[in-house]
Design a protein around this ligand. Structure first.
Ligand SMILES: [Zn+2]
Length: 158
């Protein structure tokens, strides 16, 4: 929906290193936006989440109907919450994912959802969680070539 284009515009304005933005209503991420349960990496492939994700509270910018980001002021406040992180959560709404290129943005958006799902499963054991530590995070330049795998899956399905 173009209604929330301010999310993208203000992220690009705030972060010269960002060339790709994904905003989604990723279903398993939502519970982490409405509780203080941290969404942090538990899987190597989601190690970009090793430092956790800040959470944007739209009410800090003023009352809005539907929790949507529909103007520059809200978009700028969201970009400020994002800071230098790759992912920001949005309370009761979804998330914002940024990257230097489309491939990494898609990777991060997908694996934020997958990591959230895996973390929900791990939390159900009610045991201490061993998160991926920041000093264990994978160098983004050495990211596995998920993109090529996805391309081959799409080609095979047609
Ligand atoms: Zn949205």
């Amino acid at each position: 929906m173009f209604l929330e284009r301010y999310i993208h515009g203000e992220a690009f304005r705030a972060r010269p290193d960002v060339n790709a933005v994904v905003h989604s209503h990723s279903p398993t991420v939502i519970p982490f936006t409405v509780t203080d349960e941290p969404l942090k990496a538990i899987s190597h492939i989601a190690s970009f989440l090793a430092n956790g994700c800040p959470c944007f509270e739209i009410r800090d910018v003023g009352l809005t109907q539907g929790l949507l980001v529909t103007n520059n002021k809200q978009g700028a406040a969201l970009a400020k919450t994002l800071g230098n992180n790759p992912v920001a959560l949005m309370r009761g709404h979804g998330n914002l994912v940024v990257a230097p290129d489309v491939r990494r943005a898609v990777h991060r958006a997908l694996y934020t959802e997958v990591n959230a799902r895996q973390l929900v499963a791990a939390l159900s054991f009610k045991r201490p969680i061993k998160y991926v530590q920041p000093d264990e995070a994978q160098d983004p330049a050495r990211l596995g070539d998920s993109w090529e795998v996805w391309k081959s899956e799409v080609a095979d399905s047609h």
